[in-house]
Design a binder for this molecule. Structure first.
Ligand code: NAG
Ligand code: NAG
Length: 991
C-alpha cells in the first residue's frame, strides 16, 4: 500500500497530527480562494493527545490475565430461554473502567432461527441507563414475540461456572460449537466490556465493517469500529459501523458424521457448509480482534446484546437479520438505477450544462447530474451561491434536464455554519432557526458546541437529543429542506461528513465566531503548491517531463511527511480508571482509532445532547440518524415518493433509509478491486444501494483504469463517476476507449434494469441480496470462501471483471459446474464447457470487454436500452430464457410506477420454463403497455419442428434455431403482444 500512503502524504504536506497523517482532504473548489485572506484555523487545532492504541502498546494489561470473571447464580430455565444473575467472581480488576459487581443474563429463543444473549448491569440507575442500555428509539431490538421452545430450536445454549461463568452456543445438527466463551473471563466495566470466543482453524468470517479489506476478513485483523472521516484507508476505521459477522464453516461427511474441514481444498471431495451470523447490538466504540483461533470483542460501553442467527445459508441470515433486527432496505426509485455523473469542481451551472450536453453529444446515457459543495454559498447548507449557482439559472437548467427525464442531486453536509455575529452580511437564517428550535449539540455547560468544517466554525444537529428528548433537530432539518426545495428542484440528497467530522478538537469556535468565515486548518489540493500527483499503478505517462517532475515533487513531499512522523514525540497519554467515574474524553482503553484521540477530527466525546446524553455513548449513530432525519425530510418534500438518499456514515439499519457510496477512494487499481468486497459487505449489512466513485475520487485516473471501472460499476446498483477538483477530468466521454467501453457496459445494464429493479423489490420485500458473493450461491465449494474478484448480480448474472493494469485476460472460476450448473457467455450465448470444479480459467478480457455470464435455470426479462431509464421503460421487452441442464428455468419480474412509496398498482410476473414450454403468469394491477419483441432460449439442444404461442403455430419467419449454439431466437413478436407483454398469461411451446 505504498502508493496509498504516498498519496495520503501528498494530500497533507506539512500536517503532522498525532498520527502524522491527515485524511479526506477534499480538493478545493475555486471559491476556497476566498478564504485566502481570512483567518486559518491553526493546524494544531486538530491535534489531540498522543494516544498509543492498546493493541500496539507493549505495556498494555491483558484483561484476561487480571480480571476475575463472574459466577452465575439463581439460574432459571424456562421453556423459551433462561435467566440468571451474575456476580463478580473475585476482587474487581478495574482494568479499563469500573467493574460492575452484579449483572443479569437473559437467554431468549426468540425465533426459530435466532437466539438472543443479553447481559446488562443488574441495578440500573435511571440517569446512567443509556450508558448501558441502548434506547430502542435509536436502535430497535429485534421482535421477540414469537418465542420458541429451546427443545425445538436448532441452536443450543449451555453455560458453566467452571472456572468462571461462560456460555456456549452449539448447532444441534452438526454438534459444532459456534461460539463459546469457555476458557476466558467475562469483563464488564462501565467503559470496557470484553468477551472472547474460540474459533476453529482457518475460520471464514465476513462483515464487521466498514473496512477496506478483502471480503473474507482473515484470521489476523483488528477491526476498530468508530465512525471516522478517513478516506478509505485500508484496514482503518472509516465511515460506517456494522457489528455483524457471518461465519461459514465447511464440513465433509465421513463415517456417518460431519467433520469440520479446516483446509477444504480437495476439489473431488463433497462438502457441505453451514453459516451462522452474530450481531452485537451495541453502538459504542468497539474493537474486534481476530486471531488465528479466537475472536475477542471489546466495547467501550453499552451492553452485551448478542443475536445468533442460525442460517444455515448466508442468504437466510441476511434476510432474517434485516427482517428481524435492522429493517428491510428502502425501495429505490427506478431512475436511481441510471447513470450518475458527479465531481468536486463543477464550478457553475454552465459547466454542469456542458457536462450534460457532452453526454448527449457522445450518446452516453446520463440519468443524473450531481454537485459537490461547489454550489453552496460559502459552503453553507441550504444556500446556493448567488453568482455561480443562482436559483434563477438553476431553475432553467433543472427544468431543461427534467424535461429530458434527467435528475439532479446536490450534496448536503452535516455541520451547520455559525455566522459571524458582528457581520450583518454574514447572516444565516438556517442557523438562526436551528438555534430557535434547540437543534444543535451543546458543550457540557449548555453553550453551543462549535467545531470547524468547510464553511468555517460550525454547529452540529442534535439527532440523539431529537429522538430521545424531543428537541427540535429533526423538524428543523425537514423545514430547511422544504424551504430550500422551493428554490431548487433537487431529486435526491447526498449526505456527507456525517461521522461527524469536525476539523478541530473540541469546541474550537467558542469565542471565535467573530473570525468567521475561517479557512480549514490544512491546505487544500488545488491551492498553490498542493498538487495532486498520483496516477494509477504502473501508469506510463507519454509526457515524460511531467511524469519526472511529478516523481521528484512526490519524493520531496514524502520526505516532509516522513520527517514529520519521526519528530513526533513518543510520550503517550495514558489514563487509568477513576473509581466511580468515567473518563469519556480519554477512556483508559485506547482503541486503534485512525485519528488517535477520539476527539480528533470529530465531535468531542463530551459534546452534550439535549436531555444530557453525551456523544461518547452515541458517536456511531450520527451518520445513521442524519439519514433518518433526511428520510423524514424528503418524505415531506416529495409527498408519497421514495426518498433517494446516499449517505457516508452508516450504522446497522441505515439501509431502510438510504444507500451508501464507498467514500473517498483513489484512482488506483487496488480501489477498483476493493469496491467488490466493500459491496458484498454492504449486502450483508442490508444496504444494497451501493457503489463507489467510479474511475476513482482522489488522484488522476487514466483511460485504462476508467474504461475497466466504468464497465465494472455498470453491474453495481449505484453507478456513479465522481472525481475531485485537483485531479484531471474523468467523465466517460473524455477518452475514445472509455466511450466505447462505457456504452457497451451501459447497454447491458439497461437491458438488465428490469431484473435489477426486481432484485430491489425482492430485497425490500424479504431482505434478499442484490450483489452476491459466489460462496453464498454455491455454498458447497470451499474454494469460493475467498472469492471476491467475481460476483453475482442476483442469482443469474455473474461478472468476472479484469482488475489488473495491462492485462488482457482474467482468471475466473465457474461455480457449480461440478453439480451440473451451466454458464452461458452473455456476448455469444454459448455454454461454457470443459471446466472443472474450482478450476481457474483464463478468459479473454481485452480492454473494453467485461466478461459476463448467465446461469442456466433463469428467465431474465430485459428491456431495450435508451438514453434514460424513463425512455427505456417505454421500450419493448425481451426475454432471455437460460435453460439449465434439465431444460428448465424460472424467473420473476416486478413492475410498478417506479417512484411511489406505496404504489397503488403493482404486478409480479412469474416465468417458468420446463421441457418444451415457457409460461408467463402476471398477477397484479399495474399496466405496462410495452409489447414483448423477442425471446431467446439458450441451451436448447434440439431443433424445434414448430413453435406455438398460446397453442397457435408461429410463422417460421419469426424464429430461427442455431444447432451450433443450441440457441432458439424468436423475434418480431410485437404484434402478438400489442396489449403489452404482461397483460395476461401466455404460453410458448416448442415441439
Ligand atoms: C451514575 O453516574 C454518576 C456520574 O454521572 C456517578 O457518579 C454514579 O456513580 C453513577 N451511578 C451508577 C449506578 O453507576
Ligand atoms: C498479523 O498482522 C500483523 C499486522 O498486520 C502482522 O505484523 C503480523 O505479522 C501478522 N501475523 C501473522 C501470524 O500473520
Amino acid at each position: 500500500m505504498v502508493s496509498l500512503l504516498l498519496y495520503m502524504a501528498i494530500l497533507a504536506p506539512g500536517i503532522s497530527g498525532n498520527d502524522g497523517q491527515s485524511t479526506v482532504l477534499k480538493p478545493t473548489s475555486p471559491t476556497i480562494h476566498n478564504h485566502e485572506s481570512v483567518f486559518t484555523v491553526p493546524p494544531d487545532a486538530d491535534i489531540g493527545m498522543n494516544i498509543l492504541p492498546n493493541i500496539n502498546d507493549p505495556e498494555a494489561v491483558d484483561p484476561q490475565k487480571v480480571c476475575p470473571g463472574y459466577i452465575a447464580l439463581g439460574v432459571k430455565s424456562t421453556t423459551t430461554g433462561l435467566t440468571a444473575n451474575l456476580a463478580l467472581a473475585g476482587p474487581a480488576c478495574n482494568v479499563y473502567g469500573n467493574d460492575i459487581d452484579y449483572l443479569t443474563l437473559v437467554v431468549g429463543f426468540q425465533a426459530d432461527d435466532r437466539i438472543n444473549i443479553q447481559i446488562q448491569p443488574r441495578y440500573l440507575g435511571r440517569e446512567n441507563e443509556t450508558w448501558f442500555v441502548l434506547p430502542e428509539a435509536l436502535v430497535p431490538r429485534p421482535d421477540d414475540s414469537s418465542r420458541v421452545t429451546e427443545s425445538s430450536h436448532p441452536l443450543e445454549v449451555s453455560w458453566s461456572n467452571e472456572p468462571s461463568f461462560s456460555f456456549t452456543v452449539t448447532r444441534k445438527e452438526t454438534k459444532n460449537v459456534l461460539f463459546t466463551t469457555k476458557g476466558s473471563v467475562l469483563v464488564y466495566e462501565d467503559q470496557f466490556i470484553e468477551f472472547v470466543s474460540s474459533l476453529p482453524d482457518n475460520y471464514n468470517l465476513y462483515g464487521l465493517g466498514e473496512v477496506m479489506h478483502g471480503f473474507r476478513l482473515g484470521n489476523n485483523l483488528t477491526r476498530t469500529l468508530y465512525a471516522a472521516d478517513v478516506g478509505d484507508v485500508i484496514d482503518a476505521n472509516i465511515y460506517g459501523n456494522h457489528p455483524i459477522y457471518l461465519d461459514t464453516r465447511y464440513f465433509t461427511n465421513e463415517k456417518g458424521g460431519l467433520v469440520y474441514a479446516a483446509n477444504a481444498t480437495d476439489k473431488t471431495a463433497k462438502y457441505v457448509s453451514y453459516t451462522h451470523g452474530v450481531f452485537l447490538r451495541n453502538v459504542h466504540a468497539q474493537e474486534i480482534i481476530l486471531q488465528p483461533s479466537s475472536i475477542t470483542w471489546r466495547t467501550l460501553g453499552g451492553s452485551i446484546d448478542l443475536y445468533f442467527y442460525n442460517g444455515p445459508s448466508a442468504e437466510g441470515i441476511t434476510k432474517s437479520y434485516q427482517r428481524s433486527a435492522v429493517g428491510l432496505p428502502a425501495m429505490q426509485q427506478y431512475w436511481t438505477l441510471g447513470f450518475h455523473q458527479c465531481r468536486w469542481g463543477y464550478e457553475n451551472w454552465t459547466v454542469l450544462n456542458d457536462v450534460v450536453d457532452n453526454f448527449a453529444k457522445f450518446e452516453i446515457p446520463l440519468e443524473t447530474i450531481w454537485t459537490d459543495i461547489d454550489y453552496m454559498k460559502g459552503y453553507r447548507d441550504f444556500e446556493n451561491d448567488p453568482e455561480r449557482f443562482s436559483y434563477e439559472e438553476g431553475a432553467r437548467f433543472l427544468s431543461k434536464i427534467h424535461g429530458n427525464n434527467q435528475h439532479y442531486v446536490p450534496i448536503v453536509d452535516s455541520a451547520i455554519y455559525a455566522p459571524n455575529p458582528e457581520d450583518a452580511a454574514d447572516a444565516y437564517p438556517s442557523f438562526d432557526r436551528g438555534v430557535e428550535a434547540n437543534a444543535f449539540v451543546m458543550n457540557p455547560d449548555g453553550s453551543p458546541y462549535i467545531g470547524a468544517v468547510w464553511p468555517g466554525y460550525t454547529v452540529f444537529p442534535d439527532w440523539v437529543g431529537a429522538v430521545l428528548n424531543g428537541s427540535g433537530a429533526i423538524d428543523w432539518w425537514a423545514d430547511e429542506f422544504i424551504r430550500w426545495s422551493k428554490k431548487i428542484a433537487f431529486d435526491g440528497i447526498w449526505i456527507d461528513m456525517s461521522e461527524v467530522a469536525s476539523f478541530c478538537v473540541g469546541s474550537c469556535g467558542s469565542g471565535n465566531l467573530t473570525l468567521n468565515p475561517v479557512h480549514p486548518p490544512f491546505q487544500l489540493p488545488g491551492e498553490p503548491g498542493n498538487l495532486v500527483l498520483i496516477y494509477p499503478e504502473n501508469f506510463n505517462k507519454t509526457n515524460a517531463t511531467e511524469a519526472a517532475s511529478a516523481a521528484s515533487a512526490l519524493a520531496a513531499q514524502t520526505q516532509t511527511a516522513t520527517t514529520g512522523v519521526t519528530s513526533t514525540t513518543t510520550a503517550y497519554y495514558r489514563t487509568t480508571p477513576t473509581p466511580g467515574a468515567r473518563n469519556i474524553n480519554w477512556p483508559p482503553y485506547a482503541i486503534n482509532n485512525y485519528h488517535g484521540d477520539l476527539g480528533v477530527h470529530a465531535l468531542s466525546p463530551n459534546a452534550t445532547h439535549h436531555g444530557g446524553a453525551v456523544e461518547y455513548d452515541f458517536h456511531n449513530l450520527f451518520g445513521h440518524q442524519i439519514l433518518n432525519a433526511t428520510y423524514q425530510a424528503l418524505l415531506k418534500v416529495f409527498s408519497g415518493k421514495r426518498p433517494f438518499i446516499i449517505g457516508r456514515s452508516t450504522f446497522a439499519g441505515s439501509g431502510k433509509w438510504a444507500g451508501h457510496w464507498g467514500g473517498d477512494n483513489e484512482s488506483l487499481w487496488v480501489f477498483m478491486f476493493l469496491s467488490i468486497p466493500q459491496a458484498l459487505s454492504f449486502s450483508i449489512f442490508g444496504i444494497p444501494m451501493f457503489g463507489v466513485d467510479t474511475c476513482g475520487f482522489g488522484g488522476n485516473s487514466n483511460y485504462e483504469l476508467c474504461s475497466r471501472w466504468m464497465q465494472l460499476s455498470a453491474f453495481f446498483p449505484f453507478y456513479r463517476n465522481h472525481n475531485s477538483i485537483g485531479s484531471i477530468s474523468q467523465e466517460p466521454y473524455l477518452w475514445d476507449s472509455v466511450i466505447t467501453a462505457t456504452k457497451k457496459a451501459m447497454h447491458i445494464r439497461f437491458l438488465l434494469l428490469p431484473y435489477m429493479y426486481t432484485l430491489f423489490a425482492l430485497a425490500n420485500k424479504d431482505g434478499s441480496t442484490v450483489m452476491r458473493a459466489l460462496s453464498w450461491e454455491f455454498p458447497n465449494e470451499p474454494w469460493l470462501a475467498n472469492a471476491d474478484r467475481q460476483f453475482l448480480l442476483g442469482g443469474a448474472v455473474m461478472v468476472t471483471p479484469c482488475l489488473v493494469q495491462g492485462a488482457s485476460t482474467v482468471d475466473g472460476v465457474f461455480p457449480g459446474v461440478g453439480n451440473g450448473t451451466v454458464w452461458y457467455d452473455w456476448y455469444n450465448s454459448t455454454a461454457v464447457t470443459g471446466v472443472q470444479p474450482g478450476q481457474n480459467i483464463t478468459i479473454d478480457a481485452p480492454l473494453g470487454h467485461i466478461p459476463v455470464y448467465l446461469r442456466g435455470g433463469n428467465v431474465i426479462p430485459v428491456q431495450e436500452p435508451a438514453m434514460t431509464t424513463a425512455d427505456s421503460r417505454n421500450n419493448p421487452w425481451g426475454l432471455l430464457v437460460v435453460l439449465d441442464k434439465g431444460g428448465a428455468a424460472a424467473g420473476i419480474l416486478y413492475l410498478d410506477d417506479g417512484e411511489s412509496l406505496t404504489p397503488n398498482a403493482t404486478t409480479w410476473v412469474n416465468f417458468s420454463a420446463t421441457i418444451g414450454s415457457l409460461t408467463a403468469r402476471p398477477h397484479g394491477n399495474y399496466m405496462d403497455k410495452n409489447p414483448l419483441a423477442y425471446a431467446t432460449v439458450l441451451g436448447l439442444s434440439h431443433a424445434p419442428s414448430k413453435i406455438l404461442l398460446n397453442g397457435e403455430v408461429l410463422d417460421a419467419s419469426l424464429w430461427k434455431y442455431s444447432k451450433e449454439k443450441n440457441l432458439l431466437s424468436l423475434g418480431g413478436l410485437n404484434t402478438r403482444f400489442s396489449k403489452g407483454a404482461w397483460s395476461s398469461s401466455w404460453n410458448l411451446s416448442w415441439e
